[in-house]
Every structure is written in structure tokens, then in C-alpha cells.
Design a protein around this ligand. Structure first.
Ligand code: HEC
Length: 210
């Protein structure tokens, strides 16, 4: 069986003109002595070269990811001179709100409910009490309060919430831009739950059956 396969190989390569060149190319493909074999430390290798004995080096202090140079402080922290503010760091349009809605429904609705009222499957079964965004305190909270909450999470440090440490930080999972989109969408949710007939343009009130 084995020799049959080998025979097949030779007859195939012989039929290809210069089949042996192909074979040689395959064999030599694995040979590289250039920079491959040189004294170097691989990740996590111990090293006698550096004082701390480690081959891998720590980040240079102050280094930032190339595409994440954080010049716009408000965009990344939600704070202006250490204080929260009630403005967006960039323009809001319908597409951004749609993005915020999608991200909210993916990351937040599971606990806070799609209407943002804290009524959700997790709230019913998990024993934790997610915040209701329509409570008076959060309705008047500055917009960046929502950005900061998503960024840092909520850690109460007491047992008021059935002893749970409340809400995880989403900083590693949701980009700053998307956190703002979610904040804008939460504001839209708040408006939607507290709207009166006066908020509807007169020519569209008829569509509500009013
Ligand atoms: C695993 C459940 C869970 C998820 C998911 C979750 N939260 Fe929360 N969140 C909570 C709980 C619980 C609280 C209440 C914290 C408390 O008061 O103890 C809370 C509180 C809040 C508050 C109120 C903070 C305040 O000032 O009291 C905001 C705003 C909020 N969450 C926004 C969000 C947003 C936006 C998302 C999605 C990115 C999200 N949460 C995802 C559980 C969750």
C-alpha cells in the first residue's frame, strides 16, 4: 500500500515536467538560517540580560495604542475638569441612535430591560436590582453620567442591592464611541417614557388616534 502511494507520487511528478524541482522546493522551503537562528529571548523566556530577569519588557510608561491617541479627554473620560457634563462629544444623528439602540439591546437590556425600566428576566430571576432609568434622579443626571457608569461600572460597597456588587465595567467590551451612542439612546428612552401629547408635532397627533 505504502509503496503504491510512493509510486503514484513519482509518476505524477514525472508527468509534470521538472517534478523534482517542485519536490526540492518543498524540502528547502523549511530551511532558513537567516534571522531564525540567532540568540534572542522569546516571550516569557527568562533572561540574564535585564535586571528583572525577564525576557519580555513592560510597556514604556505613557505608551498609547497607535489608533487610540486620547487627545479628546471628554470623549474618553466623560469629564470636563473632573465634572460630568450634559453634552455629547460629537454630533448625534438617527444612525448613531440606531447604533446606540443595538448596543443597548445587546449589552444592557438583559438587566435593565429594553425599555430601560429595570424590568428584565435577570431582575426577575437573578435577585439583583438593575437601576430604572426613568427614576427622577437619573432623568436629570447629566448625559456623561451614563458614559461614566458604562465605563466604570457601579460598585456600591454596601449590601443595599441584595449584597451584590451591582454592575461590571464595560470599558473593555464597548468602544468609547459606542458608549456615547448608548448614553444618547438612554436619553431618548427617558424622553419616550415621559412624553406628553405636546411633544408630538401637531400634524402627527392624528396618527395616535388623538
Ligand atoms: C448584569 C446586569 C447589568 C447589566 C448587563 C448592566 N447593568 Fe447597569 N446596573 C445594574 C445594576 C444591578 C445596577 C444598580 C446598581 C446599584 O444601584 O446598586 C445598575 C445601575 C446602572 C445605572 C445607574 C447608575 C446610578 O447612578 O445609580 C446606569 C446608568 C446603568 N446601570 C447603565 C447600564 C448600561 C448603559 C448598561 C449596558 C452597557 C448596563 N447598565 C448593563 C446591572 C446591570
Amino acid at each position: 500500500m505504502q509503496s503504491l502511494r510512493l509510486g503514484n507520487f513519482w509518476s505524477v511528478t514525472r508527468r509534470l515536467r521538472h517534478g523534482w524541482v517542485i519536490l526540492l522546493a518543498f524540502l528547502l522551503g523549511g530551511c532558513h538560517y537567516d534571522l531564525y537562528n540567532q540568540p534572542k529571548d522569546k516571550t516569557y523566556d527568562p533572561s540574564s540580560f535585564f535586571a528583572d530577569g525577564r525576557g519580555s519588557r513592560p510597556n514604556v510608561p505613557g505608551a498609547v495604542q497607535a489608533n487610540r491617541v486620547q487627545t479628546d479627554t471628554y470623549l474618553y473620560t466623560g469629564l470636563i475638569n473632573g465634572a460630568k457634563a450634559d453634552v455629547m462629544p460629537f454630533a448625534v444623528n438617527r444612525a448613531l441612535l440606531a447604533r446606540g439602540q443595538a448596543q443597548f439591546n445587546i449589552y444592557c437590556a438583559v438587566c435593565h430591560g429594553e425599555a430601560g425600566n429595570g424590568q428584565s428576566a435577570v431582575a426577575q430571576r437573578g435577585g439583583i436590582i438593575p437601576a430604572n432609568f426613568h427614576q427622577p434622579r437619573l432623568r436629570v443626571a447629566p448625559l456623561s453620567h451614563f458614559f461614566v457608569t458604562i465605563t466604570n461600572g457601579v460598585y456600591r460597597g454596601d449590601t443595599a442591592n441584595n449584597g451584590y456588587q451591582s454592575m461590571f465595567s464595560y470599558a473593555s467590551r464597548i468602544t468609547p464611541e459606542d458608549r456615547w451612542a448608548i448614553a444618547a439612546y438612554i436619553r431618548a428612552l427617558q424622553l419616550s417614557q415621559n412624553a406628553t401629547l405636546d411633544d408630538v408635532p401637531p400634524d402627527q397627533r392624528a396618527t395616535l388616534g388623538q
